[in-house]
Design a protein around this ligand. Structure first.
Ligand SMILES: [Ca+2]
Length: 232
């Protein structure tokens, strides 16, 4: 490991157990779930922990245990997204939890089948989409569009192939992240493994500009502020 990486990790180093890479996001940047909350911060989940990202850098003092902020939340969630106002939805296996900010609503967890009819268990990624306010769920090579105010909420045309609706986005996603803020309006992010794709909501394709680094890009240096390893 380079000296640079050690220095960066030192800012949130006290809670890192030696040899336990699950605590060290920069050593293995794969994630379970991520969303922007209305505070403008990116919340990243992995295992039992979460990190907060501001200005493309991990905040100091993290990781923290997710269940200490969201009472009742299990570790290793499948996906999560923020919804209207303060609402947060977390999914794992056949069930989901709804919080208002950090307060668990009564009656949760509930079955996905009851609360989101037409949506399968074991979702890999999900988020509201900025362009229409509908909720999109991803699993394997398919996606479902959920319209909360329609009956039934999922039209018969779904599921569809990810490649049909989201040009350039891979199968088996880890997270879909709705961007926040004026500078990134019209942008949706998709995460798989250690990489992310920046999707143009208007052109319905992955951003490409020959003057800039292409997508996918590495989440480590671009999102989490992890130091780049020096060339040998
Ligand atoms: Ca996931």
């Amino acid at each position: 490991m380079s000296l640079d990486v050690n220095v960066t990790l030192g800012t949130f180093g006290l809670s890192i157990a030696p040899g336990d890479n699950t605590f060290n996001l920069c050593e293995n940047t794969t994630i379970d779930a991520a969303f922007y909350f209305k505070d403008g911060k990116l919340y990243v989940f992995k295992g039992a922990h979460y990190w907060v990202v501001v200005n493309d850098k991990l905040e100091s003092g993290y990781p923290k245990l997710a269940k200490e902020k969201w009472n009742g939340l299990p570790s290793k969630i499948d996906t999560a997204f923020s919804y209207k106002n303060d609402e947060l939805f977390f999914f794992k296996g056949p069930v989901y939890w709804k919080y208002v900010a950090t307060k668990l609503e009564p009656g949760y967890p509930k079955l996905i089948n009851d609360g989101f009819p037409g949506i399968p268990d074991d979702i890999q990624a999900a988020s509201v989409w900025g362009k229409n306010g509908f909720i999109y769920f991803f699993k394997d090579n398919r996606y479902w569009r959920y319209e909360p105010n329609r009956e039934p909420p999922v039209r018969s045309a779904y599921p569809k192939a990810i490649s049909d609706g989201w040009d350039g986005i891979p199968n088996d996603l880890d997270a879909m992240v709705l961007s926040k803020g004026d500078t990134t309006k019209g942008v949706t992010y998709f995460v798989k493994g250690k990489e992310y794709w920046r999707f143009d909501d208007e052109k319905l394709k992955v951003f490409y500009d020959q003057n800039y680094a292409p997508y996918p890009r590495q989440t480590g240096p671009w999102w989490f502020g992890c130091s780049k390893l020096p060339d040998p």
